[in-house]
Design a protein around this ligand. Structure first.
Ligand code: NAD
Length: 468
């Protein structure tokens, strides 16, 4: 087993204590992560502040360092993918894709052309809007996609001239620590620092005097605490939070054809995706066929240890999340829902849960109204399109949603009415570095990705030069 370290000022640093990281497919300890103390966190922020003095000066150096960083990731899919599968649970091929995705995101931000914004150039003056880095960034990530979600922060923050201290989730810290170690082979010391620990460490970070921005991805409840903690110091904040994405099927879809895509929109990463489909609305006229098609698909999927050949879905990542999914499914069934597929945990070690399709339930059931974040999805019947739009929007969440229909004009008209950051037609989870990603309402504050994500790591400065 390799040793995992904090990365501070370009150095591997041990902590005086460690905590266990489990393999969710076995429930056994896979590795030890260093528990970052307050003193070490101070050092990490100190190193980031020191490194920023030079890092902010030369954009071309930053762009070429990010290109090298991308190449590092393209060459590290096997190593990092293996660690990611062991601590997160996802199938190895998906874990390797996640690492390659990090490379794609870093490459995108290395290559992104940012045009100068001249807002006045006449006989009186030349005025330009320029973007300046904010300073040191505190970045905090969750356990479902630890690497790619980190890259959504690292790429734009570093390109803009900021430096960073990044903390992964205590459930999946090891792949991130190793990724940061590898990136430090091509980045100047102190530009990107990695620390690991529990929620308490996250609280120290958001309250720390050094960072000028907090970039947070995680749950709504933690996100609200982050916003409060950052407020007294007026730290800039980006929050990427939870979702309860609706998929609205229109009555002209072919249930068998649509089921395959909708299934993966819901069950990718065992449903542990912020913007996965979390409730499916099907019209009464084809409701039974939709449920049957989804159930057949769910029953045919291979669930198992992510390192096994042919596995399509891994376990739930951790015990509390496993208990939560169990509880929400049991609550739905005791309230009268029918498990058309699955319905409970899989016997044996690890946090495995049967891919579950729930039918015969409606809004007001916990698994419809709350974010389940696991491999269990309710299918809800509706009669009229206007009514389903209202129900889809009747939530505090607003991350994304999708509408499925053969008549794309009609589908687009419905998609226009969804209150969420991304509204797909005949797709779900189609994400790309150039698309801004963020949530309405409680699903977030600000966006990541694209030039908009880059702007969120900058302050606007007006450069005004008089000509008279
Ligand atoms: P979580 O909020 O429990 O933890 C996320 C991270 O925040 C962890 O690193 C944790 O240690 C840290 N943390 C927890 N409390 C904190 C606090 N008070 N101050 C500072 N840091 C704190 O979330 P999770 O269970 O790891 O992840 C699942 C959630 O993340 C789901 O709700 C999911 O929808 C959401 N998510 C959102 C996006 C998005 O881009 N919108 C992406 C992935 C996951």
């Amino acid at each position: 087993m390799s040793e995992f370290n904090l990365i501070i000022g370009g150095e591997r640093r041990a902590a005086s204590s460690t905590f266990d990281v489990l393999d969710p497919a076995t429930g056994e300890v896979f590795g030890q992560a260093p528990e970052c103390s307050q003193a070490l966190l101070d050092e990490a922020f100190g190193a980031a502040a020191k490194a920023q003095i030079d890092w902010k000066r030369d954009e071309e150096i930053r762009r070429s360092a990010l290109r090298e960083a991308a190449n590092k990731m393209f060459a590290s899919a096997d190593e990092l993918g293996g660690i990611l599968t062991r601590e997160q649970g996802k199938p190895l091929a998906r874990a390797q894709e996640e690492v390659l995705g990090v490379g794609v995101w870093l490459q995108y931000y290395a290559d992104l052309e940012v045009a100068p914004e001249v807002i006045q150039d006449d006989d009186f003056a030349r005025a330009e809007v320029v973007r300046r880095p904010i300073g040191v960034v505190a970045a905090i990530t969750p356990w479902n996609f630890p690497l790619i979600l980190a890259s959504w922060k690292i790429g734009p923050a570093l390109r803009a001239g900021n430096t960073m201290v990044l903390k992964p989730s205590p459930y999946t810290p090891l792949s991130t620590l190793r990724m940061i170690e590898l990136l430090n082979e091509v980045l100047p010391p102190g530009v990107l620092n990695g620390v690991s620990g529990g929620d308490e460490l996250g609280k120290w970070m958001t309250a720390h005097r050094t960072p000028r921005k907090v970039s947070f991805t995680g749950s709504v409840s933690a996100g609200k605490h982050v916003a409060v903690s950052a407020a007294p110091d007026l730290k800039r904040v980006t929050l990427e939070l939870g979702g309860n994405d609706p998929a609205v099927l229109l009555d002209d879809v072919n249930p068998a054809e649509v089921a395959e895509k909708v299934f993966w929109g819901a069950f990718m990463n065992s449903g542990q995706v912020c913007s996965a489909i979390k409730r499916i609305y099907a019209p009464e006229s084809i409701y039974d066929d939709v449920v049957d098609a989804l159930a057949a698909k769910a029953a045919s999927v291979k669930v198992g240890h992510g390192l096994e050949d042919g596995v399509e879905l891994g376990p739930i990542n951790n015990a509390p999340q496993f208990e939560r999914v169990k509880e929400l499914v049991a609550d739905a069934i005791s309230g009268g829902a029918r498990a058309a597929a699955g319905g409970g945990p899989i016997d044996g070690p690890g946090y495995f849960f049967q891919p579950t399709i729930l039918a015969g339930l409606t809004d007001g059931t916990r698994i419809v109204d709350e974010e389940q974040f696991g491999p269990a999805v309710p299918v809800i019947s509706y009669r009229h399109v206007d009514e389903v739009i209202e129900r889809a929007n009747a939530t505090h969440f607003g991350l994304s949603g999708s509408v499925w229909g053969v008549d794309v004009e009609r589908a687009n008209a419905v998609a226009d009415q969804l209150e969420c950051g991304t509204s797909w037609v005949n797709a779900h989870l189609a994400l790309a570095p150039h698309q801004p990603f963020g949530g309405f309402k409680w699903s977030g504050l600000g966006v990541e990705n694209g030039p908009w994500g880059l702007s969120s790591f900058t302050e606007i400065q007006v450069r005004y030069q008089s000509k008279i």
